[in-house]
Write a protein that binds this ligand. Structure first.
Ligand SMILES: [Zn+2]
Length: 643
């Protein structure tokens, strides 16, 4: 707003040709938060979590932090979470924070810029801080996923503690304990467990290892030994809503054990002294997959074991997270490694960290029998088709998608082929297939990406401290396997604007992407799991079984007809969807293929309006498949189990 007096001053000043108005005055920036130093923290923190209040989703926390003397101190809540690669620490769910010293309450001040930093003044004579607070978990959690259900809970120490600023997290000792609901089983990557009643305490460790070692507990759980008799054990502990969801057939358990053997043949090393797969079989936790050095958090449909043959689309999950122990946790992109959890991470090399892990996850799943070869090929066809359809490549390079987690932390799922949020996973995997087949082709079968994996990720057996790398190290590692212009190879694909996806590896591997009306079992498996109907390659939509339009492909027939994600499909060719769900859609697409048939008529409810949409589409169902170009294909060799 400008008042008339100011207007007059302004007019006179303009007439005089002089200065207009002084620039507004702001306040100086806030004082910086102490940077983490590689120095030992003086004293050991203690952390006690009461996780018994499952009904109200409340974790009650008591923490002690020894202090060296009086003066200002800053406490941090982990903001940038490893494995999430983004600033998603659930700070808004932290409540009831009371900090005291010598039995007296200290007033804390939240930093006005960094919401995860709390400033306190340590009084004379204080030797430690006592911290009480709660984490109020949500039943459906966007950040970090669901952590409490009535039968399963995940104790993620990163969202249940504060740590002192000014020290590298690897140099802060902490002794954790947790009290669990009575009778619940648990598993964690932590050492030295001692139970006393319902409370389990662990040996002191570093804050870094603690944050990297979540604990899972549940009413129903079962532990499987995946490497019987091994010096370095590998275990799978499954947690479920029902006891019967924990029964694994012998051949299913064998495939999980084969995964461990195949991973060792690939990498030839281990960077842990034991490894724990934590597997939550619960609907609300089924999107879970977070890697750690000595463990991983995995979530799956409750029918993981009981409908093993049907729900295979994500059977690479455990293989993927296991691979991360080598690719991601041990070998880590230099710009992603930080000394504490409040320094910003940068994600520029996620096409290695996630892309190559996606590749090995699927290849190891096929080599170990977690997926059959036909299942692997059907899934690869879906990957290839999805990436080939990415119209968004015209504006957004694959390299730029590595910012996806920081940009939106998995929020954006609509117009996916235009936004291409996290394409470095799947497109990254296709690029590594391209590299693998190129190495195999040029070396006449003598070398492969296996050699790169062993030399790059499999070095320094037994070392647990992360070993960082840069783009040039990746190029040098590939050159050591096969001399080639790898920098040019990678940059041209990472910075490409298309138009089509990187399918050269598929062709060199002996397969061609084709579309026909035959169902693709991988697509059906994915639809069964996510309760969707995927007609993205024909009409250009993914529809929930209840008729909600989850996604629309940019420039597809549905898009051109003005349909947007979030709308509701109410009727198809004037038949109401109720009861039949979206099942009416595929038969209608097939019927519209007949010569002379009328356009599809879809009744859509968008916002508060009903609208009849006519789509003049007559090309039938288009499902992606891989067509073999002949015997002896490289791709067949890639998925052969290693002897
Ligand atoms: Zn991953």
């Amino acid at each position: 707003m400008i008042n008339s007096k100011k207007k007059l001053v302004l007019a006179l000043a303009l007439l005089a040709g002089g200065p207009v108005l002084a620039a507004p005055e702001g306040t100086p920036p806030t004082a910086p938060i102490p940077a983490p130093e590689d120095a030992p923290y003086p004293g050991t923190l203690t952390l006690a979590i009461d996780a018994t209040d499952v009904a109200r989703h409340i974790f009650a926390i008591h923490e002690t932090i020894p202090v060296a003397g009086p003066g200002p101190m800053t406490l941090l809540f982990p903001k940038w979470l490893p494995g999430e690669h983004a600033p998603v620490g659930p700070i808004s769910q932290l409540a009831g924070l009371v900090i005291s010293a010598n039995g007296k309450r200290l007033e804390w001040q939240r930093d006005p810029v960094e919401m995860t930093a709390f400033h306190v003044k340590i009084p004379e004579g204080a030797t430690r801080l006592d911290i009480d607070m709660q984490r109020l978990a949500m039943s459906e959690d966007k950040f970090g996923g669901t952590v409490v259900t009535s039968n399963i809970l995940a104790v993620k120490w990163s969202s249940l503690s504060l740590y002192p600023a000014g020290y590298a997290v690897s140099r802060i000792p902490i002794r954790p304990e947790v009290t669990l609901p009575h009778g619940w089983g648990y598993a964690a990557g932590l050492d030295g467990a001692k139970a006393s009643g319902d409370t389990v305490s662990f040996a002191a460790t570093s804050y870094e290892i603690l944050v990297d070692s979540p604990l899972y507990a549940g009413r129903y759980s079962h532990q499987f030994d995946l490497d019987p008799g091994a010096q370095i054990p590998v275990r799978l502990t499954a947690f479920a809503d029902h006891d019967e969801d924990l029964d694994a057939r012998a051949e299913v358990l064998d495939a999980h054990r084969a995964l461990v053997r195949q991973a060792y043949k690939l990498f030839g090393s281990r960077h842990y002294d034991h490894y724990d797969f934590l597997l939550a079989l619960n609907e609300r936790m089924s999107d879970l997959g977070i890697e750690h050095h000595r463990s991983s958090e995995n979530g799956y449909n409750p029918k993981y074991f009981s409908d093993w043959d049907g729900l295979f689309f994500d059977h690479d999950l455990l293989a993927h997270e296991f691979t991360h122990s080598w690719n991601g946790k041990f070998r880590r992109p230099a710009d992603l490694w930080t000394a504490d959890y409040n320094q910003p991470m940068r994600d520029s090399l996620l096409w290695v960290y996630e892309g190559q892990t996606q590749y090995w996850g699927d290849v190891l799943a096929a080599r170990s029998g977690l997926m059959t070869k036909p299942q692997f090929l059907d899934k690869l066809a879906v990957y290839a088709a999805r990436m080939d359809l990415r119209t968004g490549r015209s504006w957004r390079s694959l390299q730029d998608t590595t910012n996806g987690e920081i940009l939106d932390a998995r929020g954006q799922h609509t117009y996916a082929n235009w936004v291409r949020g996290l394409d470095y996973y799947v497109e990254g995997a296709l690029i590594w297939l391209d590299a693998d087949t190129l190495i195999r082709d040029k070396s006449k079968g003598a070398k492969s990406l296996d050699d790169f994996a062993r030399a790059f990720f499999g070095v320094a057996d037994g070392q647990m401290t992360p070993d960082t790398y840069r783009f040039d190290d990746v190029v040098a590692g590939l050159n050591a396997v096969l001399p080639y212009d790898w920098s040019g190879f990678l940059r041209s694909r990472l910075d490409s604007h298309g138009p089509n996806g990187p399918l050269e590896g598929l062709l060199r591997g002996g397969y061609r992407l084709v579309y026909n009306d035959q169902p693709n079992p991988a697509l059906l498996a994915q639809d069964a799991d996510s309760k969707t109907i995927d007609v993205i390659y024909s009409l250009g939509m993914v529809i929930g079984r209840d008729g909600t339009i989850n996604d629309v492909a940019w420039n597809s027939p549905a898009f051109k007809a003005g349909i947007a994600p979030g709308a509701q499909l109410v009727a198809v060719n004037s038949y109401a969807l109720d009861g039949a769900g979206a099942d009416l859609l595929k038969p209608a697409i097939i019927a519209a293929e007949k010569p002379g048939s009328a356009p599809l008529e879809l009744l859509i409810k968008a916002d508060d309006r009903y609208r009849m949409v006519s789509i003049d589409y007559h090309d039938g169902l288009r499902n992606p498949h891989l067509d073999s170009l002949g015997d002896g294909a490289l791709l067949d060799k890639i998925v052969e189990p290693r002897g």
